[in-house]
Design a protein around this ligand. Sequence first.
Ligand SMILES: C[S@@+](CC[C@H](N)C(=O)[O-])C[C@H]1O[C@@H](n2cnc3c(N)ncnc32)[C@H](O)[C@@H]1O
Length: 232
Amino acid sequence: MDAAALNQFQQQWATYGKLVSENSLSHREVTGILHTTLVDEFALPFNFLDIACGDASIMPEAFLDVPVRHYHGIDLSQPALELAAANLDKLPCEVDLDHRDFFEALTSRTEYADAAWCSLSIHHLETDNKLDVLKAIRDALGSSGIFLLYEPTRIDGEDRTGYLERFQQTNHQLWDYLSKSEWGQIWDHVSTCDYPESAADWLELGKKAGFSSGQQIFKDSTDFYRLFRFND
Ligand SMILES: C[S@@+](CC[C@H](N)C(=O)[O-])C[C@H]1O[C@@H](n2cnc3c(N)ncnc32)[C@H](O)[C@@H]1O
């Protein structure tokens, strides 16, 4: 990575890090739900798959007293994976950090995962490509596997324009700890790259991908982000 690209990554990641540390994307709540789900589901060692793991900063808390045997984190960003390596350093399990596109990494796995997690990372894709990724996640899971998906979500009857208007009206005020240029970065990214689905559409995509059941298990207080659980 050249110096300019690294600098751009560091600026964008620092701004994203502010949102995470202010809990503006409800990472705290979803970390708690992931932790409780893993405690309830797994008494024996299991394999965990983290799709677009970023810096994996929530995982030490999510894995507290959880018998994870193997962690496979996939991300396109090498600097993010370096942060992930440091965050996962003390975990008592095998850690495999995979610097690849998630679709490519998912379709070349040789061992089934028992639990898969994907947070804030596939809403950039067109609907058909989201389905392809969900199918690849479904195929990467063993029988009785579970998949948790946390993504921006349009409210019923809202189109993308309405979502973006609501995003700007609500979050520009709410995220007042961001500088003008940091808000500009976020807005530029969201308005050009984000293609959230409605809750019904996320669930329908899960069904089309082959999951036997799916349900919404969390909605954040601003109603921009929702967590879905799918069962193999
Ligand atoms: C907003 S961050 C989310 C990180 C983390 N999952 C979280 O919830 O904080 C999105 C991540 O997706 C990664 N990403 C985007 N497209 C990807 C792709 N096609 N394959 C692998 N990683 C990808 C980015 O590098 C980035 O780390």
